[in-house]
Design a protein around this ligand. Structure first.
Ligand code: ADP
Length: 178
């Protein structure tokens, strides 16, 4: 686990389950375009939230790569879920700005909804096939660029399912900051 304090914001990487982050106001879903339960992150979040989440999502779907929408968290212990559709690697191009848009739009929604904390998974790096290290660089660069614009968001957490992925995040963040 790594924690950094940058421009009044706590930025951390932890190994864990995105659906088990009870101290975060918002958690981010690596959603599918239809905003339905799926595998990976979307499966964990929808299972934790219960079927009312899919019902709330239906009028908001479909969403486009790079887009983010916000809903309640239902049975999850958070206030909100931000659903982002990451690019499918090799299909949705250009991948880098589309992935960056996910992080930027999610943070903007958190600000608009006056949320203090938000937890991200590694969007697009599972079923969507984005190479982890490249995706991690896009994620952190985008978050670091957004820091001066944040006023309500004071705590950003990256939650990685696997230990090796958490280590890649720590290394990329260190390289970007040093
Ligand atoms: P995408 O379709 O955007 O690639 P996935 O859910 O398939 O999204 O995977 C995104 C990343 O999240 C992968 O690195 C995967 O290992 C990880 N992951 C899967 N389940 C969880 C979970 N419950 N909490 C945090 N990360 C998860």
């Amino acid at each position: 686990m790594t924690t950094r304090h940058l421009q009044g914001v706590t930025l951390e990487c932890v190994q864990g389950d995105i659906a088990r982050q009870p101290d975060m106001d918002a958690i981010v879903n690596a959603a599918n375009a239809e905003l339905r339960i799926g595998g990976g992150v979307a499966g964990a979040i929808h299972r934790g939230a219960g079927p009312e989440l899919e019902r709330e999502c239906q009028p908001l779907a479909p969403i486009q790569p790079g887009q983010a929408v916000i809903t309640g968290a239902h049975n999850l212990p958070n206030r909100s879920v931000v659903h982002c559709l990451g690019p499918v690697y090799g299909v949705d191009e250009p991948a880098e700005p589309l992935l960056a848009s996910c992080y930027r739009n999610a943070l903007e929604l958190a600000e608009q909804n006056e949320l203090g904390s938000i937890a991200f998974p590694a969007i697009s790096t599972g079923a969507f096939g984005y190479p982890l290290e490249a995706a991690t660089q896009v994620a952190f660069k985008t978050v670091l660029e957004m820091l001066p614009q944040l006023s309500s968001v004071k705590h950003i957490r990256f939650v990685l399912f696997q230990k090796a992925d958490a280590r890649v995040h720590e290394e990329v963040l260190e390289r970007l900051l040093d």
